[in-house]
Ligand binder design. Structure first.
Ligand code: ZN
Length: 346
């Protein structure tokens, strides 16, 4: 039967056809809606899975940290530490007060740790997407800058960006627009903003736990007010092994623990904390010493108006480290193995 004869036989067909068409359209639309809903659900489920994977990665990392803490110390305690021996290449003598710059180095503190790479491997490769680049590197380098912000902070940030490197800035309380902008930039560009006391006045902050707590609250609140972020890492002015404090540094370390803040010292000193300006070559040598002997390397440098050679050395330093085998430069985070000069007696 031909199309035209069909039409002729059924007069009401035009309307039903239109009705049929809109039925089909409706059906099509509902199928489309269904498909959209399914797609949405699928994406949700996928996101959940991703999140679960990330969470399990975090649990693994935590387990790893606990295991590391149980099986060995990164840094053997240095006995001579509290007697005020300036480290090799360090010019600054013991600091007695207001001056900036840590003079305490860690002479011979390097290369002694027992290298135990327990759990690397299987457990980590299960969730490769949780791992940030560099997490699996055998040698991790944490570049840290104390005493900033300074006139050089912007320059340091630009250099770090250029090499796609994240670092850690232990800042002090500087009440200026410029300093506040620098702190915001540090956070915005993905670096870690740590605390280094508000006043940086040894005589004040180490006078008593109360004095320390007051100063601590001040820098913590200041960072929060300026950046909207809660800082969770601290570096003692002079380091935990400073020779200035008359009180046991554990009093302050214990206080930090009650505040859920972890302190970090260093096991590589650039030497730029002394009063003499070190040439770029010396800084490069100091800052790369022993990296391949250790798993965790925390490099002490200064972000300070007087330390221009530190900034001059930075590009070459990063290049030198990046050229090393199986080395990654990372910012300090909560999962970073703490490098501390003082150790609890067991
Ligand atoms: Zn300092």
């Amino acid at each position: 039967m031909s199309e035209s004869s069909k039409k002729a036989e059924m007069p009401g067909m035009g309307r039903t056809r239109r009705g049929g068409k809109s039925m089909i359209l409706m059906m099509f639309l509902s199928i489309l809606a269904l498909a959209v809903i399914l797609l949405f659900l699928f994406v949700k489920v996928y996101e959940q899975e991703q999140m679960l994977a990330r969470l399990s990665g975090q649990v693994e990392r935590l387990t790893r940290v606990v295991q590391e803490n149980q099986t060995g110390q990164e840094e053997p305690a240095e006995d001579g530490k509290l007697t005020g021996d300036p480290g090799e290449g360090q010019v600054g003598e013991e600091k007695t007060g207001e001056d900036t710059g840590e003079s305490e180095d860690k002479p011979g503190g390097e290369g002694k740790e027992t290298v135990d790479l327990l759990e690397d491997g299987d457990s980590q490769t299960e969730n490769p997407e949780d791992l940030e680049e560099g997490d699996l590197a055998a040698h991790k380098v944490y570049l840290t800058f104390d005493d900033g912000p300074s006139i050089y902070t912007d320059e340091i940030l630009d250099i770090l960006d250029e090499y796609d490197v994240k670092a850690t800035f232990f800042v002090v309380g500087k009440d200026s627009d410029r300093a506040r902008e620098a702190m915001q930039e540090i956070v915005a560009r993905g670096h870690t903003l740590g605390m280094h006391s508000y006043s940086h006045k040894y005589s004040q902050i180490y006078a008593s736990v109360d004095a320390f707590a007051d100063d601590f609250a001040k820098i913590r609140e200041y960072i929060y007010e300026v950046t909207g972020q809660e800082s969770t890492v601290y570096r003692f002015p002079g380091g935990s092994s400073n020779t200035v404090s008359n009180l046991d540094m554990w009093l302050f370390a214990d206080y930090l623990e009650t505040q859920d803040v972890r302190f970090f010292d260093w096991n590589i000193s650039s030497g730029d904390g002394g009063s003499q300006i070190l040439p770029v070559e010396t800084l490069l040598e100091n800052c790369t010493k022993g990296i391949l002997d250790r798993e965790t390397n925390v490099v002490l440098m200064h972000d300070s108006a007087e330390k221009h050679t530190t900034i001059e050395a930075l590009p070459a330093l990063i290049e030198k480290i990046q050229a090393m085998e199986d080395v990654a430069i990372l910012p300090i985070t909560e999962k970073t193995h703490p490098v501390q000069h003082i150790h609890r007696e067991e």
